[in-house]
Design a protein around this ligand. Sequence first.
Ligand code: CUK
Ligand code: CUA
Length: 629
Amino acid sequence: MQDKDNKELQQEVQNVDRRRFMGKSALLGAGAVAAPMTAAMFASMAKAQAKEAGNSAVVHPGELDEYYGFWSGGHSGEVRILGIPSMRELMRIPVFNVDSATGWGITNESKRIKGDSAHLLAGDSHHPHMSMTDGSYNGKYVFINDKANTRVARIRCDVMKTDKMLTVPNVQAIHGLRVQKVPYTKYIICNGEFEIPMNNDGKASLEDVSTYRSLFNVIDAESMEVAFQVMVDGNLDNTDADFDGKYFASTCYNSEMGMNLGEMITAERDHVVVFNLARCEAAVKAGKFKTYNSNKIPVLDGRKGSELTRYIPVPKSPHGLNTSPSGQYFVANGKLSPTVSIIAIDKLDDLFNDKIKPRDTIVAEPELGLGPLHTAFDNRGNAYTTLFLDSQIAKWNVEDAIRAHNGEKVNYLRQKLDVHYQPGHNHTSQGESRDADGKWLISLCKFSKDRFLPVGPLRPENDQLIDISGDEMKLVHDGPTFAEPHDCMIVHRSKVKPKKLWTRDDPIFADTVTMAKKDGVTLETDNKVIREGNKVRVYMTSIAPNFGMNEFKVKLGDEVTVVVTNLDQVEDVTHGFCMTNHGVQMEVGPQATSSVTFIANQPGVQWYYCNWFCHALHMEMRGRMLVEA
Ligand code: CUK
Ligand code: CUA
């Protein structure tokens, strides 16, 4: 299946190349150049053309991108899908926000998924990461954290909708998030960043910071429940997993447990905390845990001296933590230090068996420039580190950095490229998986300054596309983005298989189907009003350009639930439902059911209409709610 896709893609790429080449030579032929082209000229031109086309950022109208890019939306709370290399925004997936277009946060289905946090209107999403099998993306889920409200959500990639959300207990502000890579994504790992008292019930002294803790969280990817948590010393920041299924590592700042900036940066060194998965699972099984805040989640003690963790000292306030796709190294990015620390993963067994000291796992600390935040990798042994203060990407060679550390005279720095401006994360095509392919690099720049037309005091950010396929990095595209993508991941399109229509047994609206059954309603055929006291359930179908019901009657003050089932089987024929003057609207995809509940608080005639353009008679697709006073 995948091979077939790759073949198809290759064929397409060849066709594109041919078209582009013919276009250019035709242009040359038609121009004012009178001298006839020699065969040699033609050949060298073809060669130059072929090299350029090998990694072209041009995607012509009607052509498809080679990669899906999943972007976090920062404090917009959403996730976005971009096509790479065109950088065209393809879709927005509302997650922690409320979305007017799709009704996310408004419909009953989305409120059920949001669960105990459905009343929250805001979020701060930083780190989108796709589930993996044996270190390769498997196209099943994308997970994302909410720093603002301590949540983790899951997006189902077959429909590109959020299907699970969890508020993580015992911690505050989920920050770094990644997935277990090997043997498969059984767990999502994420960091509780802000330290809080254990228990945080306001009963003990809040001034006594000695009870404040930050926890590492291990969440079951299928059930989306917390499997266990590990208490650490210091504040956790970013995290990543190895390619052996054995270790997770997190950067850890504020080992001082300071409560203000000055106190947080006094120590010369902070840590990378390494977690031993097998030992943690065994400790949970053996019951060696405590519980807090009246919930049952096992909390293991992974503070200094524990069997479950090791603390590797690194320069103070490290930030990004990235595993090299070869599976050999964890790279911790210095932030305040101009260096990154390279940890050899094959030394961790010895570290956990106390045969070596923590610092013995560090095989190099190359100096790269000011403000290293995050590192990405290609498939040729090179790393790309964002330098926030220098506004640059440093390209360096990992093995050369290790040789230099061992005293050899080699220059590990390959190139520094100016980016615009102040980059945070960067990401290479498939670079966090085994399938790093060294084609594209995205630099997520926090400021765009002079790069775009001014649009008022608030400016867009700038996600820059960089061609890394050659010896030199080349900036090829500026991409303005709205607040505030922190991170992205880039997956080959052959790995993602979205559906074209919903299936009637989809779990996202299964509870609504159950409710209809209880009311004796068959959603696919019935158009019916069910009254129960002052609760009214209105079931209707839709087929372009008609709702199954042109009018229904309720009484002023009734609680009305409208359930719409879209019977259209045509790809892309999405209907909507909006009740005028009631602040509710929703998307109803082909073959899906959506529902929304509101109070009929205005007397008289209230029109409802379809708000997703579906048909030449889309404007006529409407009906009346008759509200009797
Ligand atoms: S953090 Cu934002 S630039 Cu939340 Cu991944 Cu480093
Ligand atoms: Cu149905 Cu527009």
